[in-house]
Ligand binder design. Sequence first.
Ligand SMILES: NC(=O)C[C@H](N)C(=O)O
Length: 297
Amino acid sequence: MQVIVHGGAGTVPKEPESRQTVLETAANAGAESETPVDAVENAIHVLESSPRFNAGVGGAIQSDGVVRTDAGIMTDDRRVGAACSMPGVEHAVSVARLVMDETPHGFVSSEHAVALAEAYGIETGVDLRSKRTREKWADLEAPDGGPKAQLEWIRDQYGQSDPDGRDDPKDHDTVGAVAFDGERIAAATSTGGRWLALAGRVGDVPQVGSGFYACPAAGVSATGAGEDIARVTLSRRVARHVERGLDAQAATDLAIEEFGELTGSSAGVIAIDSRGGIGAAYNSDAMQTARVSASSR
Ligand SMILES: NC(=O)C[C@H](N)C(=O)O
C-alpha cells in the first residue's frame, strides 16, 4: 500500500516536529490497512483526533463559536460520499464514507448528517474545541446577534490565518490522505473549515472535485483557501493533468501553478497516480506531508 497524507497548507508551523510525528503515525495506520478506502479513513482518523490539526478535535471555530466539520471521500471507480457542517462530529471522514457506502446520495449536510452518523453508531456530541481553541475564542469578544452582526464582525478577520494578531493559527491545518494498493485508489479530506467563517459556511473540502477527487488515473486531496479551491475545482484539475499524461508530481506542480495564476491565492495538493507516482505541491509557505510505501500489501 502506498499512502501520502498532508496536514494542511499555510504558514510555517511552530512545532513542525510534533505535527510530523502525528502525520507519520497516520500514514503508517493507512499503510497497514486492508484496502485503499480503509487506508484513507484510518489515516484521517489519526489526524482528526489530534488537536494539532484543523479537523475533528481542534477544528476551526465559526462566527457563532461552534466547530463544524466537513469531509469527502472517493474511490477510483468514482464512488463518492461527503458530509458537511456537522457540530460535534470528530470523525467527519467516517460520515462521508457512510454516505458513500450506505446511501444512494453523494452529499448529506448539517443536522441530517449528524443524525445519520448517530443512527449508524458514529460518535456524535463530541466537544471539538481544544484548550487553545477555547482560550482563543474567549479572547475574541464575539458579538451577540444573528448572521448580520456576525458577518459584520468577521468581515475583516475571515481568511486571516492569525485572527486578531494571535499566534498559533489554526486556519490551514486541514488534513487529507491518498492511498493506492497497486490496483485501487482512494482519496479523502477532512476539515473544520477556516477560522471565523460565518456559521454554516462550507468550503471546498466536501465538494467533489474541489477538496478531493479520485478516478482511474489518480487520487487527490487539497488544502488551502476553500472558496478559491472550489472556483477552479483544484483536485479534479490535478486528476485531469494525470489523465492527459503527466505523473502525479508534474500534475500537482502544474495545477498549483495554474491555481496561483487564476486566483492569486494559496493552496496545496497531494496525489498518487495509477502508476504509483506520488506528488505534492503547494504555493503557501509550508505543507507538511508524510508518505509510506508498504511492500507487504
Ligand atoms: N485549511 C484548509 O485547508 C481550509 C479548507 N480548505 C476550507 O476552506 O475549508
